[in-house]
Design a protein around this ligand. Structure first.
Ligand SMILES: Nc1ncnc2c1ncn2[C@@H]1O[C@H](COP(=O)(O)OP(=O)(O)O)[C@@H](O)[C@H]1O
Ligand code: SF4
Ligand SMILES: [Mg+2]
Length: 358
């Protein structure tokens, strides 16, 4: 079976202009050679610190911006070869949800008008009555009421507004939704509700998600697979279970060390992420992570590691990982810190919501 989405060698180098004449003085290598696949009904999470290129990958996949190089195939079709009008037709099958739903919802439009618009545009509702019925159905799908159609976005809470954004994305019956930090602005208990909603909609409609987040704790509950990005590149990719059980790349280990553990008796590894992210205009030579890596050696400054799989689906862009002590050896008893309590709350909210749902 072909993948729903195939991304190969994808790169975006934004020109940086300086001075009165706007001369190009360099490039921000926001995305610098990224490959991945996504199957129907699957969720791939893209995680990494702010500025590593996650949103740019999302925008490239949807062709909201043009890549510098690389391919994007959707349902077997080369998206980059399509004309603007052909691309507009395909966009019906590829939707996007952003972090701040308020910014992406028109404040002067009622919810009914906002949800009805794409239905009319794409010929999905032939009559006024059909449109109204479909709007009511969409609102119910996301846990709101049909009579909410008369209200304006400001009359809803943050979590409800993200539900509206999801309803609007669903209106055109997409196959793929790129969700860019969809719950990052929400309170922890609301995060869990929105993620549970996204999961149930996925099961119902066979949706595929690209779920972008800086927070590994959040993607654990929705992702089938995770790709960890650092300075424009994927440094590790594995199934979610595998990545949490056996993180290999030092950067992934550092990110995980910052993630609180749900089990109070569990131990966590001591590998802290120190220093700032280097500039994407001037990424470090060799392995881009060498300036912050506690395992770095001389060769790391010179040789750029490839993302190599282990014969299975787990790939790591560090040739030295087999030599590192297993995470358990590095581990130390975890303390009761704010992060831990945050995850405990998040997980408790999941359990409660799942009980309510069943
Ligand atoms: N339109 C743009 N012009 C110039 N630089 C950009 C533009 N968009 C993003 N960048 C830069 O590209 C890098 C990656 O940004 P982004 O994809 O937004 O990262 P993330 O979503 O992981 O926080 C950052 O250094 C950012 O400043
Ligand atoms: S290649 Fe070197 S610097 Fe890069 S992650 Fe591996 S050990 Fe660290
Ligand atoms: Mg972003």
């Amino acid at each position: 079976m072909t993948a729903l989405l195939e991304v190969g060698g994808l790169a975006k180098h934004f020109p940086v202009r300086r001075g009165a004449f706007g001369l190009v003085s360099g490039h921000v290598r926001a995305v610098d050679g990224v490959d991945f696949e996504l199957r129907t009904g699957e969720t791939l999470a893209i995680v990494g610190e702010s500025g590593c290129g996650k949103s740019t990958v999302g925008r490239l996949v949807l062709r909201l911006i043009e890549p510098s190089t690389g391919q994007v195939r959707f349902e077997g079709e080369d998206l980059l070869a399509l004309s603007d009008s052909e691309m507009r037709m395909r966009r019906q099958r590829m939707q996007v949800i952003f972090q701040d739903p308020y910014a992406s919802l028109n404040p002067r439009m009622t919810v009914g008008a906002m949800l009805g618009e794409p239905l009319m545009l794409h010929g999905l509702a032939k009559s006024e009555a059909a449109r109204k019925a479909r709007v009511g159905e969409l609102l119910e799908l996301v846990g709101l009421r049909p009579d909410h159609a008369r209200r304006y976005p400001h009359e809803f809470s943050g979590g409800q507004r993200q539900r509206l954004a999801i309803a609007r994305a669903l209106a055109v019956e997409p196959k793929l939704i790129v969700a860019d930090e969809p719950v990052s602005a929400l309170d922890v208990s609301i995060q869990a509700q929105v993620i549970n909603l996204m999961r149930s909609l996925q099961q119902r409609f066979g949706l595929a998600y690209i779920f972008i987040s800086h927070d590994l704790a959040v993607v654990k509950h929705i992702a089938d697979r995770i790709a960890v990005m650092y300075l424009g590149k994927i440094v590790e990719t594995a199934t979610t279970d595998e990545l949490f059980r056996d993180p290999r790349h030092p950067y992934t280990r550092a990110l995980l060390a910052a993630v609180p553990l749900p089990d109070p008796t569990a131990v966590r590894q001591r590998a802290l992420l120190e220093g700032d992210i280097p500039s994407a205009m001037n990424p470090p030579s060799g392995c881009r992570f060498h300036t912050r890596c506690s395992f770095a050696r001389e060769a790391c400054r010179r040789d750029e590691p490839l993302l190599a799989d282990d014969g299975g689906s787990h790939a790591t862009a560090c040739p030295y990982w087999p030599e590192f002590p297993p995470p358990a050896v590095l581990a130390e008893a975890a303390g009761q810190d704010a992060d831990r309590r945050r995850l405990a709350r998040l997980q408790a909210a999941f359990v409660t919501n799942q009980r309510e749902a069943s």
